[in-house]
Design a protein around this ligand. Structure first.
Ligand code: SF4
Length: 208
């Protein structure tokens, strides 16, 4: 699997757990607010070396007993064909796994959930679930991708797993009506809204 980043210990990526975080390379979305452009844009991906899986597994092996789990984030992890065998290697160490996803690969998500290969999942909800609204955040959005997003939401809601849906609120992009729609749609689910933070975001590479 192509890995672009590794955080050895985090207290914020899996609530209530001390986790290691693995960041995969590559994403099929282009969200303007993305804080990981170096994991998304091909011209930046080429500038960094992939991390070696052996080194990561060597570290995880040594830290068994200190870590509560491993978060796989990105980029978009479900783009990687070898994600399942990669997760299986982590689970073979006895470590629980949380997946962060944009929801664009419901088939693999379903496979991971049905096989009990993941223990928790967090999915970004970029905006109201209409094509024009989603395209304001991610300009690569298509109608078929939006259907996949809807399918992933359904799968996660009925999975029985620990889950979280989350939206980054950007007042210039989502209208008050969008925000209200989201609050109504996800009422009664594990849903959080988080504040947009400026910084080294993808939008600056696309528009400057
Ligand atoms: S924020 Fe958007 S572009 Fe960035 S990694 Fe997530 S889905 Fe991809």
């Amino acid at each position: 699997m192509r890995i672009g980043g590794f955080v050895k210990q985090s207290l914020i990526d899996w609530e209530g757990k001390v986790s290691a975080v693995i960041f995969t390379k590559g994403c099929n979305f282009r969200c303007g607010y993305c804080h990981n452009p170096s994991l998304v844009l091909p011209e930046l991906l080429r500038q960094t070396q992939d991390l070696k899986e052996e080194e990561i597994f060597g570290f995880l092996d040594k830290r068994l007993g200190w870590l509560d789990g491993v978060v796989i984030s990105g980029g978009e992890p479900t783009l990687h064909e070898d994600l399942l065998p990669f997760i299986q290697k982590i689970k073979a160490l006895g470590l629980p796994v949380k997946l962060d996803t944009n929801g664009s690969n419901p088939e693999l998500l379903q496979q991971l959930i049905a096989g009990r290969w993941i223990d928790a999942v967090a999915m970004d909800i970029k905006s109201s679930l209409s094509l024009p609204c989603y395209r304001k955040v991610n300009y690569t959005m298509t109608a078929s991708l939006l259907e996949k997003i809807q399918e992933s939401i359904r799968i996660i809601k009925t999975s029985g797993l620990e889950y979280q849906f989350r939206t980054t609120v950007i007042p210039q992009v989502q209208s008050p009506e969008d925000i209200q729609n989201l609050q109504e749609k996800f009422s009664g689910t594990h849903y959080v809204m988080q504040e947009f933070r400026d910084g080294d975001i993808l939008d600056k590479y696309i528009h400057e």
